[in-house]
Design a protein around this ligand. Structure first.
Ligand SMILES: NC(=O)c1ccc[n+]([C@@H]2O[C@H](COP(=O)([O-])OP(=O)(O)OC[C@H]3O[C@@H](n4cnc5c(N)ncnc54)[C@H](OP(=O)(O)O)[C@@H]3O)[C@@H](O)[C@H]2O)c1
Length: 351
């Protein structure tokens, strides 16, 4: 494959609004080093983290309003995009040439160490350049062959961040067959992934979302869909799960935590990975310890979790829902659609 000298990319030049994101056609194509690959990106998906990183919305310890990425300071210019599907266009030293041209799904995590359970300490698109570009350099070991997957490039691109995060949450919380799980933010990228993955495990899914999106969330596998503005939410949950919820898989946070924590069963588990409804909350600690409930923070996935996702991607067990498609040069429009919040499923960028 002929590799160009320069490429088109959406380049983030600093924290800010959409004007901090510049479409450039003169970005040098990166070169793969030892153990690395150059991927010609075919599709990438938009995630909430792209927006929060652009806004610098993650705060710092003791400074919730400080401008920062999820791991602290972000180095600019930065090419965002943690969801990458493409074909191998060049290989660095220590990588065999027979991988050239293969279709790959990239695990975007930068791990603390080499172990299968290592936690992520960075993300392509945040701590290193990502996939909102025609080319990206990735670790060869993190480019998973998808030649035989029945999923399209666009479907595969929905998986890494949203489904990886959802897989990490379900594994860390140990969701089992026939348990009842409440999913918040269920129409979003991570939320819909939680609904699909939990239902595929045989769990009963109660999904919390806005009323207009109930049908699509139900179609993804939720047994019951609850409106998040329902004044009687606690009573509704209690009637659907009289013995108490085994698990809450939460990406929203905010007031719902205090409201629904008492509805967890004894020994119930609450796993949290996001804070779209508010990052700073108060709740009664007595409702946690007196029932041996567990509150678990979850950041992305491990190599082990991602390997499970790769298997699902290869078999086509789950088909992600696509809510919009845009060319890379219309990244601003893709992010506007994301921010409007009317969609259910993932918004794709064709590179
Ligand atoms: N920990 C990690 O590793 C990790 C990884 C990825 C994402 N995240 C975080 O997880 C969260 C969700 O990410 P995402 O990519 O799935 O975002 P998303 O696609 O925007 O989905 C968020 C969903 O939350 C719902 N929502 C919006 N405002 C809400 C509110 N005030 N109260 C309750 N629900 C609300 C919306 O659905 P309805 O309007 O239908 O309710 C929306 O679909 C974000 O905080 C993101 O930063 C964390």
């Amino acid at each position: 494959m002929r590799v160009d000298e320069v490429m088109t990319a959406a380049v983030l030049v600093g924290h800010g609004e959409l004007d901090a994101l510049r479409i450039r056609h003169d970005v040098p194509v990166p070169r793969p080093g030892s153990g690395e690959l150059l991927v010609r990106v075919r599709a990438a998906a938009v995630n909430n983290t792209d927006i929060w990183t652009r806004h610098g919305a993650y705060g710092l310890p003791g400074q919730p309003d400080a401008l920062a990425g999820w791991r602290g300071a972000v180095s600019f210019p930065r090419i965002q995009g943690g969801d990458i599907v493409g074909t191998i266009a060049a290989v660095g030293s220590e990588v065999t040439g027979d991988r050239m041209g293969r279709r790959v799904l990239v695990d975007p995590a930068l791990y603390r160490d080499e172990s299968p359970q290592a936690p992520p300490v960075g993300l392509l698109g945040s701590e290193a350049d990502g996939g909102f570009a025609q080319y990206v350099v990735v670790q060869a070991a993190q480019a998973h062959d998808m030649t035989d997957s029945p999923l399209s490039d666009e479907e595969l691109a929905c998986l890494p961040v949203a489904y990886g995060t959802a897989m990490g949450m379900l594994e860390r919380v140990g969701l089992r067959d026939r348990e009842t799980v409440l999913v918040t933010g269920a129409s979003g990228g991570v939320g819909l992934a939680l609904v699909q993955l939990a239902a595929a495990r045989g769990a009963t899914v109660l999904a919390l979302t806005s009323r207009a999106k109930a049908d699509q969330v139900s179609a993804a596998g939720a047994a019951h869909v609850l409106a998040r503005d329902d004044n009687d939410l606690a009573a509704r949950v209690r009637s659907l799960s009289p013995a108490g919820l085994a698990v809450v898989a939460d990406v929203a946070g905010g007031p719902v935590l205090e409201q629904l924590l008492p509805l967890l069963a004894d020994d119930g588990r609450w796993v949290i990975a996001g804070a779209v409804a508010g990052p700073v909350v108060s709740f009664d600690l007595r409702r946690l310890y007196s029932h041996n409930r567990r509150l678990i923070g979850s950041s992305m996935h491990t190599r082990e979790h991602f390997a499970e996702l790769v298997e699902i991607a290869r078999t086509g067990l789950i088909r992600p829902r696509i809510a919009g498609r845009h060319p890379l040069t219309e990244m601003h429009q893709a992010q506007r659609q994301f921010l409007e919040g009317q969609h259910v499923g993932k918004i794709l960028v064709r590179c």
